[in-house]
Design a protein around this ligand. Structure first.
Ligand code: SF4
Ligand code: SF4
Ligand code: SF4
Ligand code: FES
Length: 633
């Protein structure tokens, strides 16, 4: 620890902290623009200049390390004059006619800094020329006229996302932000995660859909969790007048630095699918609106008329744990239905439970990816299916990272890494033999040579991690999976099994069938909610006798249904989600809907009342007991 004073106030701070850290710890504030706590210190804008006794010049506090005995002053004639000068220059260089900007009045760090310094006019007459505006991207716009060249966006895309799409072109006052080597954003390598947009301190990068829909202070912020995959990123759902406006990553939650992917940030806001507004029954080929009472009575009559085996049910993994538990209790325990499945045909969560019976807790938290210096990815497409987990590996490109992938199909992970070994194939037994060593020394085949390289790289790694995905985590690969875990233990590697869509892990713990042999049945119920049916379950449903679906939207499955029940969507219902690494997260309700919309859980409760049943209230104990037997803290 070291001791410094800030504006004569003594403060003790860890060695290695910056002057800015010390200032903030002491409870003072200096304005910053290029600095962001999630990014490495950069020191470009010079707005954070402070006086340090003994130093000849003002010091940029965000990059200068604090030193023992330092005496720092943040609010002197010199610092105030310097800040005004920096701001005057920034306002004069480009078009900052704030009243025409969507970030004006509270959403722009530049404007706020100017207000803070008491600037109410331009001390230097602006003499800018027009700059390029890129409107090609479907989700956001880049207006170089508002850019202050702070490079937060470039650093986010490189340091945090690992995509390295953005850079600067030209020099001096002509500098502009570009994608790749000057491509339009829509044609570039941008993967539309929007993390650069969220971090931009001005109106230079802005969201198309939420622009002019209200300032941050006009919006209701609901901290929540993304359930578009099982990574479980923390996000803030922003609404106005009970309407979804924008979704941002939650910088305060400290999970994967507040990053989101396109699915978590933009897809829910861009959704234009037609909602089911009320219960509908098919009569003479026509869908007729009916009351909930009539719809539920029809549902209950169908269940009563059929023995358990004749009932086939399927639920989507986007449903909360509370609902999955009630679904299991209602259909499996009470009705002994022939099929109680979780749709998706991804059995990785069930396989992880199986392996935990033999090995005890053998998995690690996702943070293992952040610490890794070598990774073996077996049968998972992290970039497509678990994007933010993919960012955690991708962003290490500049370090001497070693990546070994065995994939069913080629994918984009590690597209820029030089030290990598990609094996594409279906036979994980052979590929694994090569990496785990048993075949690596036997022959001089290309695979064996690769295997030897991989072994050397893994042996040299300090923090190797093995990631297993759905193509490998299957029943027919149990022997290889066992050997993989033994191999991981022999090299001290951490292990992660990516567990299917959203709440699959909870579904597996509740004993839902994750790899159902879907068959048509006399009566079928599909609790789809706001998810998408998988092809196999869809086909079985279509061939069933009486078809009941609870769906938020009209889609392929409602097209054939005899009874359609409306359903609340993700932001209209509160519920828990078990992430791939065993964190139990709460998705909070952000939107209130009228009573025609009911959740799957509410429908199960309604049906239970009609059938004289009482479902278990405790959905949690079973989950928490199991998690500790599988995931290491
Ligand atoms: S949206 Fe994501 S990938 Fe695209 S430029 Fe921004 S940070 Fe990079
Ligand atoms: S676009 Fe925004 S974040 Fe990027 S350099 Fe310009 S002002 Fe900074
Ligand atoms: S990685 Fe998964 S949980 Fe995270 S934002 Fe993307 S879809 Fe949502
Ligand atoms: S915030 Fe310190 S130099 Fe930009």
């Amino acid at each position: 620890m070291i001791n410094v004073t800030v504006n004569n106030l003594p403060v003790e701070i860890e060695a290695g902290a910056t002057v800015l850290d010390a200032i903030q710890l002491a409870g003072f504030n200096v304005p910053t623009l290029c600095h962001h706590p999630k990014l490495k210190p950069y020191g470009a804008c010079r707005l954070c200049l402070v006086e340090v006794e003994g130093a000849r010049k003002l010091q940029p506090s965000c990059v200068v390390p604090a030193a023992d005995g330092m005496k720092i002053h943040t609010d002197t004639d010199k610092t105030r004059a310097a800040r005004k000068f920096v701001l005057s220059m920034l306002f004069s260089e480009r078009n900052h006619f704030c009243m025409y900007c969507q970030s004006t009045d509270g959403d722009c760090d530049l404007q706020q800094s100017a207000y803070r310094e008491g600037m109410n006019h331009w001390p230097i007459t602006p003499a800018y020329k027009p700059f390029y505006v890129d409107t090609s991207h479907p989700d956001f716009i880049l207006d170089n006229n508002r850019c202050i060249l702070c490079r937060r966006c470039i650093r986010t895309c490189g340091e945090l996302v690992g995509n390295h799409t953005l850079s600067m072109e030209e020099r001096g006052s002509a500098t502009i932000l570009i994608a790749d080597h000057g491509l339009q954003l829509s044609e570039s390598t941008c993967i539309s995660c929007g993390n650069c947009v969220q971090i931009c301190p001005t109106g230079a990068l802005f969201d198309r859909r939420s622009a002019y829909q209200g300032r941050e202070t006009d919006l209701v912020h609901t901290p929540s969790v993304c359930m578009d995959c099982s990574v479980g990123c923390h996000r803030v759902v922003k609404t106005r007048d009970n309407r979804l406006v924008r979704i941002d990553g939650d910088y305060d939650a400290n999970f994967v630095q507040g990053m989101l992917c396109e699915k978590g940030r933009y897809t829910p806001v861009a959704n234009k699918m037609e909602r089911v507004q009320q219960p509908l029954i098919r009569r003479n080929g026509e869908l007729i609106p009916v009351s909930w009472e009539e719809a539920l009575s029809t549902f209950a009559t169908q269940l009563k008329a059929h023995a358990g085996e004749e009932i086939s049910t399927c639920i989507h993994g986007r449903q909360p744990a509370e609902t999955l538990s009630a679904f299991r209790d209602f259909f499996k325990t009470e009705f002994e239905a022939g099929q109680v499945a979780l749709c998706g045909q991804d059995e990785s969560a069930a396989i992880a439970l199986e392996l935990a019976k033999e090995f005890g807790p053998f998995e690690s938290k996702l943070e293992a990816l952040d610490e890794a210096d070598a990774a073996v990815v077996l049968g998972a497409d992290l970039i497509k299916d678990y994007q933010v987990a993919g960012f955690m590996l991708q962003r290490k490109l500049s370090e001497e990272f070693v990546l070994i992938q065995m994939t069913k199909k080629p994918n984009k992970l590690g597209k820029n890494i030089s030290r990598k070994l990609i094996m594409v194939g279906d036979n994980y037994a052979d590929l694994l033999d090569v990496v785990a060593g048993s075949k690596a020394y036997e022959s001089d085949s290309a695979d064996a040579r690769y295997g030897r390289m991989a072994l050397e790289a893994l042996a040299a790694a300090q923090h190797p991690v093995i990631v297993i995905g759905k193509w490998f985590a299957r029943k027919e690969n149990m022997d290889q999976l066992r050997r993989t875990i033994e191999f991981a233990r022999s090299i001290n590697a951490k292990v992660l099994i990516m567990k299917g869509n959203t709440n699959s892990f909870a579904g597996a713990i509740y004993g839902l069938d994750l790899r159902a042999n879907y068959k048509a049945a006399p009566v079928a119920f599909y609790a789809l909610g706001d998810g998408k049916a998988c092809p196999k379950s869809l086909e079985a449903f279509k061939n069933s006798g009486y078809k009941i679906v609870q769906s938020s939207y009209f889609n392929e499955i409602t097209a054939d249904a005899d009874l359609i029940l409306p359903c609340k969507i993700w932001d209209e219902e509160e519920g828990h989600y078990l992430t791939t690494d065993g964190r139990l997260e709460l998705n909070r309700q952000a939107i209130t809907v009228h009573e025609q919309q009911r959740s799957v859980r509410e429908v199960l409760m309604n049906l239970s009342e009609k059938s004289g049943l009482t479902l278990k209230a405790d959905w949690q104990t079973e989950l928490t007991d199991k998690i500790s037997s599988i995931v290491l803290a």
